[in-house]
Design a protein around this ligand. Structure first.
Ligand code: G3P
Ligand code: MG
Length: 369
C-alpha cells in the first residue's frame, strides 16, 4: 500500500504555475495589453494554475480581480482570479492597531475597515474636522461621498497607533503633511510635537516601495516609493531644520558639511519604525504561493496525478517582481511592456526576457513538457 502510494507520488506529472504582476504585464493604466487576454484564456482552458500578485492597492482583492478582467474584456467568461494586493498582509494586523491613519486614494480607508480595523481615518476626515491642517488639499474637489469615521473623533482629539499606507496618495500635499505630522508627534497624538532626536516614531506600514510604475504614458511614472522618499526628506528636515537645502547649495562648496549632514540625516531616519510589504519582500511571494496552491486544488482536486512544478513570476519591474521572485527561488519572466527597457541595468538575470506575457506563458509551458 505504502509502496503503491510512493509510486503514485513519484510519477506525478509536473505542470507550471504562473504568478502575474498586473501593471505593465496585463494592463498599462486603463489600457489592456492584448497579449494578456490571449495568455489568460490559454491558461484557463488548459487548467493551468495562476494568480495575480500586484503592488497596487486601495481596493479589495476581489474588486481588483474584477477591474483587471474588465479591462481585458473577459470578466463575463472568467471566474474571479485569486489576487494578492500589496496590502493583503495588513489583514493580520487589524486587532493589533486600534486607531490608524490610512493613506491611499480618497475613500480607500474603507478597505482597512473591511479588513477589521476598528477606527480608521484618512486625510479627508481630518481636513473636514481640523481647519487648516492641510491647507493645500484637493478634498474640496471631491465629488463622490464616502463613509467617514470622523464622527468617532472624541473631544480630546485623536491618538494614532499606526500609519497604514495602502497605495499612492492622490492628494500628495495633504498626505505628506499629515503623515509627517504623525511621525514627529508625541506617540501618535495628532497636533503634538516631539522633536527629540532619538524619539522612535509610531509604526508606519508601507504596502510596497516601487519607485516607478508603467501607465499608458511613454515613460515610467512615480510610484509609492517616490512618496516614501519625500516623507523621509520632510521628516528629517522637520526634526533638524539645518538639513534644508540652502539657496547657495553649501554642499557643493563644503564637502565636510555634506558628510556630517548626511550622517545626521541617517541617524534621524533610523528613528522611523517602518515595515515594508509588497514585492520584492518575501511575504508577497509567500501569500501568492498559498493562493496558487489553492487555485491548483480548485482546478485539479486533492488526488490529482499532477502537481505544480516550476513557478514563473511574470513581471515588468526588475527591482520588484523579478529580484524578489529570483530570491524566493522561482523562475522569472521579464516582459518588455512595462518599466523595463533595453539597456536597463538588471540586478539579477531573469530566467527569460520576453516581448510580452503571452510569450512568457508559451515559453513557460514549453519548459514544463
Ligand atoms: O507601484 C505601482 C503599482 O501600481 C505597480 O503595480 O501590478 O506592477 O505590481 P504592479
Ligand atoms: Mg508591474
Amino acid at each position: 500500500m505504502i509502496f503503491k502510494r510512493y509510486l503514485t507520488l513519484a510519477i506525478k506529472k509536473k505542470i507550471p504555475g504562473f504568478v502575474f504582476d498586473i501593471d505593465g504585464v496585463l494592463v498599462q493604466g486603463s489600457r489592456p495589453i492584448p497579449a494578456a487576454t490571449k495568455a489568460l484564456k490559454f491558461l484557463h482552458r488548459n487548467k493551468i494554475p495562476f494568480v495575480f500578485l500586484t503592488n497596487s492597492g486601495g481596493l479589495l482583492e476581489k474588486e481588483k480581480s474584477l477591474q483587471v478582467l474588465r479591462k481585458l474584456g473577459i470578466e463575463k467568461e472568467f471566474p474571479p482570479v485569486k489576487t494578492i494586493l500589496s496590502h493583503t498582509p495588513y489583514k493580520a494586523l487589524s486587532k493589533q492597531f486600534k486607531t490608524v491613519f490610512s493613506v491611499g486614494p480618497i475613500g480607500s480607508s474603507r478597505v482597512l475597515r473591511e479588513y477589521g480595523f476598528e477606527k480608521v481615518f484618512e486625510a479627508s476626515d481630518l481636513i473636514e474636522k481640523y481647519k487648516g491642517i492641510a491647507p493645500f488639499n484637493m478634498v474640496s474637489q471631491r465629488k463622490e461621498p464616502y463613509v467617514s469615521d470622523n464622527a468617532k473623533i472624541s473631544e480630546d482629539g485623536l491618538k494614532f497607533d499606526a500609519i497604514m499606507v495602502l497605495s499612492d496618495p492622490r492628494d500628495w500635499a495633504a498626505d505628506l503633511q499629515i503623515v509627517t505630522d504623525l511621525l514627529v508627534s508625541d506617540n501618535g497624538k495628532l497636533g503634538s510635537l516631539n522633536l527629540a532626536k532619538d524619539k522612535k516614531t509610531i509604526p508606519i506600514f508601507w504596502s510596497q516601495r516601487d519607485f516607478q510604475w508603467k501607465t499608458e504614458y511613454s515613460l515610467p511614472r512615480f510610484a509609492l516609493g517616490a512618496f516614501r522618499e519625500m516623507i523621509f526628506k520632510l521628516f528629517a528636515i522637520v526634526k533638524q531644520p539645518e538639513l534644508v537645502t540652502l539657496p547657495d547649495f553649501k554642499q557643493i562648496n563644503n564637502k565636510e558639511d555634506l558628510k556630517s549632514d548626511k550622517i545626521e540625516e541617517f541617524k534621524i531616519l533610523n528613528t522611523i519604525t517602518e515595515h515594508v510589504m509588497g514585492k520584492p519582500e518575501p511575504i508577497a511571494y509567500q501569500f501568492a504561493k498559498k493562493e496558487l496552491d489553492k487555485d491548483f486544488i480548485e482546478k485539479h482536486g486533492h488526488d490529482s496525478e499532477t502537481e505544480i512544478g516550476e513557478i514563473f513570476m511574470v513581471g515588468d519591474n526588475p527591482l520588484s517582481d523579478i529580484i524578489g521572485a529570483h530570491r524566493y527561488g522561482w523562475s522569472t519572466c521579464l516582459v518588455k511592456t512595462g518599466v523595463y527597457y533595453d539597456g536597463y541595468k538588471l540586478p539579477v538575470t531573469p530566467t527569460m526576457i520576453v516581448e510580452n506575457v503571452e510569450e512568457a506563458v508559451k515559453n513557460g509551458c514549453k519548459r514544463a513538457q
